[in-house]
Design a protein around this ligand. Structure first.
Ligand SMILES: O=C(O)CCC(=O)C(=O)O
Length: 277
């Protein structure tokens, strides 16, 4: 297990907009997290977003990281240190939100080309450089089951316009078409426990899961404390993470999620509608 970010990782992140750390979480940790991902405390708060073919992808999203197993994962020393090493030391690492992505076999929907900052800009964050997403694979992610795809280096293009595509927001199609001509498409195939760190402005998407295998992951988004949004009511994104030891996750065993700030589909769609106007 190699859980520290070194200067090569920093250079890759700067040049390519993403870094993959293999086995960032161990098999035991991943088993524990997958067990929780399929627990009623998570699945009962899931909502779905339709893709353009009508396939639905489910997600459960919350803001403040708690003492549950996902909270201990997202607050772990290795995670927070890695994020700090990639974003820099100008601010403290804060947790914006986490979401369990539930791409079910044979029907889990696709995601349009987008930049995370295409969404987050609308929450009033000023600095994309202070934001990052971290995807921890809870099952193997392959081309067949709709792994994430990135256009290498597109974080350097800065933010593109985003518009509604069905229930999702997609980056301006003309810009994406040009970006596809000049950027390498990378299928981010991961083993369970592998972890992808990706820049808030990198273009990414995924295909529907038409295989017979699930593709589940947890994505935690982080922000540096100086990047104070002027249109975001949740405050976790400017509260420094209360870091826990790397051992805490396994030591605590499975701890269910009991948040008061789960996002509902209605809230998500309304939020996007408001941001659109
Ligand atoms: O998990 C996926 O397939 C895509 C997720 C994604 O693009 C996102 O959450 O920004």
């Amino acid at each position: 297990m190699q859980t520290t970010i070194d200067s090569n990782d920093q250079a890759d992140f700067k040049d390519n907009g993403f870094v993959i750390k293999r086995n960032f979480f161990s098999q035991d940790e991943t088993d524990l997290l997958f067990g929780l991902a399929t627990d009623e405390s998570v699945t009962s708060h899931a909502f779905d977003l339709k893709d353009t073919n009508g396939n639905r992808t489910k997600l459960t999203l919350w803001f403040t990281p708690g003492d549950d197993s996902f909270g201990l994962m997202s607050r772990s020393e290795r995670m927070v240190n890695a994020v700090q090493s990639l974003l820099g030391t100008e601010g403290k690492v804060c947790h914006f939100h986490s979401k369990v992505m539930q791409k079910e076999p044979q029907k889990g929907g696709a995601w349009e080309w987008h930049q995370d900052y295409g969404y987050w800009y609308k929450n009033g964050f000023l600095y994309p450089e202070a934001m990052i997403s971290v995807m921890v694979a809870l099952t193997d992610a392959t081309i067949e089951n709709g792994c994430l795809q990135v256009l290498k280096g597109t974080h350097k293009m800065q933010r593109l316009e985003h518009n509604f595509v069905g229930e999702q927001q997609g980056a301006d199609a003309d810009f994406v078409a040009e970006a596809e001509k000049v950027s390498e498409l990378v299928y981010v195939e991961l083993k369970a426990g592998d972890t992808l760190f990706f820049h808030s402005n990198i273009l990414h998407r995924s295909d529907a899961n038409l295989s017979d295998k699930p593709r589940w992951s947890v994505i935690s988004a982080y922000n540096l404390s100086y990047n104070k949004p002027f249109r975001e009511k949740h405050t976790s994104c400017i509260e420094p993470v209360k870091v826990v030891s790397d051992a805490a996750l396994l030591e605590s065993g499975k701890r269910v999620v009991a948040h008061s700030d789960f996002l509902s589909k209605e809230a998500e769609i309304t939020l996007q509608d408001v941001k659109r106007s």
